[in-house]
Design a protein around this ligand. Structure first.
Ligand code: NAD
Length: 261
């Protein structure tokens, strides 16, 4: 239990990758502050499940990660209710697919706010607490789209490149404080975010959902497997472990060879 008596905030943890990460950190003993949108009863069930996963507590805060004041409140309330803020996993994210000339300006603004600026705001609020404690782990969920581009994903690609820049810039400022800041870059993960893209592709190309899923994978990844939330959660646990104590500003990639080719 490498996170016993420690507290983690996982943004966007009501679904997909964030939920997997929250579960894994709880299994390592952490108190977990959950965040994200969804049906109230379903979120309460998730909170109970996470609380039952390990010896720590689980709480939920509905902060909208596009709103800086709500993000500051999320960090302050976590410290007040769970005792500290030792790990922050910046995971909340959204997607929009459209050609750049048709890209809705409000979607650009929302994607930059939720996928990039929210990480700056959580780090800005949590880093003083971590530095004071002399230990902290900041983990930013970036993407292969932080390393390479795909068409029709202008805001997402720009935001994820920004997340990797933010990770490196913060890592330098964390040096010799006991705090580390690193990123995880997943390729395709079969979560609701990607399922929506698969269904849109199936409708647009008049093919089955299964065909759309296979073509989506095959266009980018030599290895035809989705990375799972559990595999990414294991990387997050690793970044919290003593073995990763000297990793600063790194990018852990799990993408079936997407960025290797
Ligand atoms: P998902 O849609 O399953 O989960 C997204 C989570 O973010 C949900 O809990 C949702 O409620 C929350 N969220 C969205 N907007 C929010 C807001 N304004 N405030 C608070 N919470 C908000 O998506 P996912 O696939 O699990 O994606 C999680 C992260 O992983 C994202 O940053 C995404 O860019 C990244 N990622 C995903 C993939 C993939 O293939 N699924 C690949 C690379 C990177």
């Amino acid at each position: 239990m490498i996170l016993a008596n420690k507290t983690a905030i996982v943004t966007g943890s009501t679904s997909g990758i964030g939920l997997g990460v929250a579960r894994a950190l709880a299994a390592e003993g952490a108190n977990v502050m959950l965040n994200g949108f969804g049906d109230a009863a379903a979120i309460e069930q998730i909170r109970k499940d996470i609380a039952a996963t390990g010896p720590g507590k689980a709480a939920y805060h509905p902060a909208d990660m596009s709103k800086p004041a709500e993000i500051a409140d999320l960090v302050a309330r976590t410290a007040a209710t769970l005792g500290s803020v030792d790990v922050v996993v910046n995971n909340a994210g959204i997607q929009h697919v459209a050609p750049v000339e048709d890209f809705p300006v409000e979607r650009w603004d929302a994607i930059i706010a939720i996928n990039l600026s929210s990480s700056f705001h959580t780090i800005r609020a949590a880093l003083p607490l971590m530095k004071k404690a002399g230990w902290g782990r900041i983990i930013n969920i970036a993407s292969t789209h932080g390393l390479v581009a795909s068409g029709h994903k202008t805001a997402y690609v720009a935001a994820k490149h920004g997340v990797l820049g933010l990770t490196k810039a913060v890592a330098i400022e964390c040096a010799n404080t006991g705090v580390t800041c690193n990123a995880i870059c997943p390729g395709w993960v079969l979560t609701p975010l990607v399922q929506k893209q698969i269904e849109a592709r199936a409708a647009e190309q008049k093919i089955s959902v299964e065909q759309a899923r296979n073509t989506l994978l095959g266009e980018k990844q030599p290895q035809l497997q989705f990375t799972t939330p559990e595999q990414l959660a294991a990387l997050a646990v690793f970044l919290c472990s003593p073995a990763a104590a000297n990793m600063q500003g790194s990018q852990l990639v799990s993408d079936g060879g997407w960025t290797a080719q």
